[in-house]
Ligand binder design. Structure first.
Ligand SMILES: Cc1ncc(C[n+]2csc(CCOP(=O)(O)OP(=O)(O)O)c2C)c(N)n1
Ligand code: SF4
Length: 304
C-alpha cells in the first residue's frame, strides 16, 4: 500500500558524505603542507553535520591558507588581504541562516587583518574562524609573521632580513594569539594541530556548533619555508582532563606559561554562552516594533 504524502510527512533527508564537500579544484599547496590536514578536518566536520553545501559560506583573505575555499564544495569568497572577518560578518548579518566560516593565515589574521579581530570577537556573531598558523608568510616566500618566535634564525633566507638573520634571527616580539583572543572576550577558544586530524575535526565541529564567535587556532606547518613538524609533535600536549573551560583567567595564564615553556596545549581552552549580535538585533527589533511587524524580513519586504 502506498502511503499518502501529507504536509506533515517528513521530507527525505539526504545523507551526505565527505565527497559532497570536495570541489572539482585540486589543492595547489606544496606536498606536506599542514593546510591539507585543516581542509580535510573541516570537510569531515561539515559532513558529520550533514550541512547542505548551499547553506555554507567560507570566506578567506590572502595567503596559501586563503586558497582553502576553492577546494570546498560550498559558497566561497576569497577577499582582500586581512579582510576575511569583516566580510564574513557582513555575510552573516545579511543571512543569519547560513553557516559562515572564516579562514586564513597568521599574517592575514594578525598582521594586516589584526585590527578586525577584536571587533569581530566583541560582536560575537555566530561565525567560526579557523586561523591556520604556520608562524610564517608562506605565499610570499618565508618572511617572518607576527607569530614567528623571536630570534628564529631558520628564516635566514627570508628576503625581508637578508643580513640580520644569521646573527640575531627575528628581531620582533612574538604575538600570543590565544592570550589576545581570550582578552578580547571570545566565547569559544580552541587549539589543535593539523597532524592530529581526528581531534582537529572534532574541535572545528564544536566551533561550528557553538552559538557565537568561535576561534580555532589550527596550527598548520609550512614545510617549505619553516618546517615545524618535528618540534611541534614534541611540544603538543592535550589540556589536562580536569581542565575547567569556563575559567577565562586560568586560560589566559596557561597561554602565558606556554609561551615561556615553548609548549602547546590542544583542546578547548574556554567557552561560554552569550547572546550573539543577531540575537541582540532581534531583541531590539521586537521591543521597537512589538506585534506590528513580525520579523526583520517582514520589515524589509515593505521596501521590496
Ligand atoms: C594589501 C596587501 N599587502 C600585502 C600582500 C602580500 N601578501 C600576500 S599573502 C601575505 C602573507 C601571507 O601569510 P599568511 O597570512 O600567514 O598566510 P600563509 O601564506 O602562510 O598561509 C602577504 C604579505 C597582499 N597580497 N596584499
Ligand atoms: S609555501 Fe608553505 S604554506 Fe604555502 S603551500 Fe607551501 S607548505 Fe603550504
Amino acid at each position: 500500500m502506498v502511503e499518502a504524502v501529507t504536509a506533515s510527512t517528513p521530507k527525505e533527508t539526504v545523507k551526505r558524505t565527505l565527497k559532497d564537500y570536495r570541489s572539482e579544484v585540486k589543492p595547489t599547496w606544496c606536498p606536506g603542507c599542514g593546510d591539507f590536514g585543516v581542509l580535510s578536518a573541516l570537510q569531515r566536520a561539515l559532513a558529520e553535520r550533514n550541512l547542505d553545501p548551499k547553506d555554507i559560506v567560507i570566506v578567506s583573505g590572502i595567503g596559501c591558507s586563503g586558497r582553502l575555499p576553492e577546494f570546498v564544495n560550498a559558497y566561497g569568497l576569497h577577499v582582500v588581504h586581512g579582510r576575511a572577518l569583516p566580510t564574513a560578518q557582513g555575510v552573516k548579518a545579511a543571512n543569519p541562516d547560513l553557516t559562515v566560516i572564516a579562514v586564513g593565515g597568521d599574517g592575514d589574521g594578525f598582521a594586516i587583518g589584526g585590527g578586525h579581530v577584536p571587533h569581530a570577537v566583541r560582536r560575537n556573531q555566530d561565525i567560526t574562524y579557523v586561523l591556520m598558523d604556520n608562524q610564517v608568510y608562506g605565499l610570499t616566500k618565508g618572511q617572518p609573521s607576527p607569530t614567528t618566535p623571536t630570534g628564529m634564525a631558520a628564516l635566514q633566507r627570508s628576503s625581508s632580513m637578508p643580513k640580520m638573520a644569521p646573527y640575531e634571527g627575528v628581531l620582533e616580539g612574538q604575538l600570543n594569539m590565544l592570550a589576545m583572543i581570550l582578552v578580547y572576550g571570545c566565547t569559544f577558544v580552541a587549539r589543535t594541530f593539523s597532524s592530529q586530524a581526528t581531534e582537529m575535526s572534532k574541535l572545528i565541529g564544536q566551533g561550528l556548533d557553538h552559538h557565537g564567535f568561535s576561534f580555532i587556532h589550527a596550527m598548520s606547518p609550512c614545510p617549505t619555508f619553516y618546517n615545524t613538524y618535528d618540534p611541534w609533535k614534541e611540544s603538543f600536549v592535550p589540556l589536562p582532563e580536569d581542565w575547567d573551560d569556563t575559567d577565562r583567567i586560568k586560560a589566559i595564564d596557561l597561554t602565558m606559561e606556554e609561551a615561556n615553556e615553548g609548549m602547546f596545549h590542544s583542546g578547548i581552552f574556554y567557552q561560554e554562552q552569550r547572546p550573539t549580535y543577531m540575537d541582540k538585533v532581534h531583541s531590539v527589533f521586537s521591543k521597537a516594533h512589538g506585534d506590528q511587524i513580525s520579523s526583520i524580513e517582514a520589515l524589509m519586504d515593505q521596501y521590496a
